[in-house]
Design a protein. Structure first.
Lengths: 294, 158
């Protein structure tokens, strides 16, 4: 009987010891789990902080060392705005890659004249290419003042493409009205803000259903509500490595790739503009180069 | 003989972390496949987006879009294929080696994401929203994986 009593006591003690051991094990496991959670949480927090710092510093850093827009040199302006008719005529449609698209829309006019609305940005290399052709074409209908010159972004495709800028420029013509909006400078900072009406036009017509290209692309040009351009009309590579002066000089050589691309595009744009102006001025609209570019 | 025996339990990371990781991996895989297709069929558009800094094409066609000649988009698909497979296996297996593999893959993913974010912000100077989506998913996969493993019972025996 005494042995039985002793056995019972021994079993109870063993159970209590086992229970204490189990509780201690659970507490140790919980402590280890808390430590692991702290480490995991700390690592996640460090990553969040690192990414936050990267984003904060990165978004505020300058994206390009390209110079900001300056007034265009008179030599360059003279060359691009005063291309001889004979040069245009020798080129015809030249090396244009993408013609303006024809759309059906409410006519876009200003003061009784067909209106051309351009939206681009100074950082944009495709805008850089298109502006040469646009200035050459529009100069056949009117006169630009205070055109700027700049370079496209140094970190984008076709880096540092020499170009003109419509920011701060004005255009006078008895045939056409023109608005040139450079939405951002080379570094991506806001330049021109479209009016609410122009913003609606850009939002509506800079769409794939009208342009056939990606929606919201620049350069975007809406001509009289009848034609749209989205993107560069020729390969910006022809301007690679050329200065403003070199581009302007090559415009006078109809055999150069620059002239074929820029002036060919200008002829095509001119032929569309002539449809808006009812073929005025007649000397331009009936010229062989414009007729060939139709 | 004691009737309180040492319990041999099979435990895993919490179910919510395993399911979340799997769902996130599938989402990441979907976005990666889209980016891979976009890379393979690189557009010939001669236009810039009007938003400047947000430019997926610029990011996905930059020199940083390839590592040792392999498009990052394809590496992303490979990463999420592996991560998805591991996440799926983890639903039915508590193997320690599997857990270790999941953590290693998650860590590798987040380190690569940090490199890509640096490249976007300091070298390419443009952000791709789709790429950012993949980065966010990768981070969330990392977070739920390490938190889930942190909550695993350390005394579990397979």
């Amino acid at each position: 009987m005494a042995n039985s009593r002793q056995q019972q006591l021994s079993t109870k003690a063993q159970r209590r010891a086992a229970q204490r051991s189990e509780e201690m094990r659970k507490q140790q496991a919980a402590a280890r789990r808390r430590t692991r959670l702290l480490v995991a949480g700390g690592v996640i927090l460090v990553i969040v902080v690192v990414v936050g710092v990267l984003v904060a510093v990165g978004l505020n850093s300058s994206s390009s060392k390209s110079p900001s827009s300056t007034a265009a040199s008179t030599d360059v302006i003279s060359s691009v705005t005063g291309v001889p008719q004979s040069t245009f005529d020798k080129i015809g449609a030249g090396d244009i890659k993408a013609r303006p698209s024809t759309i059906s829309s409410t006519p876009l006019t200003q003061n009784g004249k067909p209106r051309v609305l351009y939206a681009g940005a100074e950082y944009c290399p495709y805008c850089a290419a298109e502006r040469w052709a646009m200035v050459a074409a529009l100069s056949r209908f009117g006169t630009f003042k205070d055109l700027g010159q700049t370079q496209s972004s140094g970190t984008d495709v076709y880096p540092n493409t020499a170009t003109l800028s419509f920011h701060g420029a004005s255009y006078t013509s008895k045939y056409l009205a023109f608005t040139g909006l450079e939405l951002q400078d080379t570094n991506g900072k806001t330049l021109d803000t479209p009016s609410p009406a122009d913003g609606k036009l850009i939002s509506k017509y800079d769409a794939q259903q009208y342009t056939g290209a990606q929606s919201g692309g620049i350069p975007f040009v809406l001509m009289g509500g009848k034609f749209v351009i989205s993107g560069a009309s020729y390969d910006p590579a022809v301007l690679k490595g050329l200065s403003h002066q070199q581009i302007a000089q090559q415009l006078s050589d109809p055999s150069s790739d620059v002239a074929k691309a820029v002036l060919g595009t200008a002829n095509v744009i001119t032929s569309d503009l002539c449809q808006l102006t009812k073929n005025q001025p007649a000397k331009v609209c009936s010229s062989p180069g414009v007729v060939a570019a139709k | 003989m004691s009737d309180v025996t040492a319990a041999v339990r099979r435990t895993a990371a919490p179910r919510w972390s395993l399911v979340s990781a799997l769902v996130l991996c599938v989402v990441g895989l979907g976005i990666s496949i889209y980016l891979a297709i976009e890379h393979a069929t690189a557009g010939t558009s001669l236009a810039c987006p009007a938003t400047g800094r947000i430019d997926c094409v610029k990011v996905t066609t930059s020199s940083y879009s390839e590592i040792f000649g392999i498009p990052v988009a394809y590496l992303g698909v490979a990463y999420f294929v592996v991560a998805t497979a591991l996440a799926f296996l983890a639903l039915s297996s508590t193997a320690g080696s599997l857990a270790l593999a999941r953590v290693v893959v998650a860590v590798a993913g987040i380190l690569f994401v940090l490199y890509l974010v640096w490249a976007e912000l300091f070298r390419i100077h443009a952000i791709c929203l789709w790429c950012t989506g993949v980065h966010v998913v990768t981070f969330l996969v990392f977070a739920v994986t390490v938190l889930g493993e942190a909550l695993r019972d350390p005394d579990a025996v397979d």
